[in-house]
Design a protein around this ligand. Sequence first.
Ligand SMILES: CSC[C@H]1O[C@H](OP(=O)(O)O)[C@H](O)[C@@H]1O
Length: 387
Amino acid sequence: MSQSPFTLQSFKYSDDRLEILNQLLLPHTIEYVEINSVEEAHDAIKSMKIRGAPAIASLAALYVALYLKRSLNTAPAPKFLASTESLVADITTILDYLYTARPTAVNLGAAMRRLHQALAASLAAAEDVQSATRRLIKEAEDVSNEDVGRNKEMARLGGEWLIEQVKQRGGDGKELNVLTVCNTGSLATSGYGTALGLITYLHEIRHLDKAYYTQTAPYHQGSRLTALELQTLQIPSVMICDTMVGSLFQHHSIHAVAVGADRVAKNGDTANKIGTYNAAVLAARHNIPFIVVAPVSTVDLDVPDGSRIPIEHRPPVEACIIHGALYPGIEDDKAQAVVMFTPKGLTGIYNPSFDVTPAELITAIVTEKGVAVKKEGEQQFDLSGIV
Ligand SMILES: CSC[C@H]1O[C@H](OP(=O)(O)O)[C@H](O)[C@@H]1O
């Protein structure tokens, strides 16, 4: 259950065990860490040992499932399993705590809300505590189980849409070059990925020439994580520094930019990894389609536009350090290093983790339900029909 067939799995889950791949140690060290308490789950998300909007939602939900399964197997039963009401009280505290781990990615909030709703349904149906617990375990596991299937669907829909777009622009739709930002692959999801899933799909159907990706400072999701995923999948790829997007567009034929999302507002404004907005501005300047690929659960109809999306600011020190391995000697796991490349004691550091790309710069928003485009002459999307 919830075991991904992919080489790089952001987590492993079984009936009595939940482990995450510590992404702070990638790409040089593959180390899975057990998650055994709500504090460890919260810390893993907050410290970005696990990251990526869908992956953190899955991890939080699976922690709840694990906690409940272990509790059912404990003798004597823990006090909170005395009644459905005490179950609701206990789990509500856990859900509300996990929800605070990271603020921008709406998937985490949506997953926690989904589990709140399962509890409410159990109360409304006057279910006994055993039934309510089993309902909640299933709902929590479904959060993760549903992810891979929908990722494959949006990858296919987005890939086919792009091929058609390129043909309409006079190309043959083959040998496509696609730029992406950050990491949106198996490491950011329960498997296959969103924007990186689209790129993988194009590769699988032999329509991809190369995947380009930005290093994505300061956490370096591109150079540490996307690089590893593309290498593992043997997808031809080229890494660029974040500052090179304009140069890439001037000197190479790039057919699309495909990115993931942490939250998409009702009008299509999209919060994604810092640097996404830069790429979108440059894509518009070069008339390159800019595609957002994200599950429906990333669309937040309660937020009318991007100005209302909460933007996480990471600790300043994270913009001053790089995780890696000592060079030379990168074959040695013990050579893991965190290097500070700014003067000690530096102050005045701006470190937002996300930016918001306005809908007017986005060509298409791809979800598992379809490809949304703006109506002729309009600057905003109407996403009300897809959620
Ligand atoms: C598959 S969506 C991944 C999404 O998460 C990233 O953020 P972070 O690494 O900070 O969790 C980024 O914005 C990606 O698009």
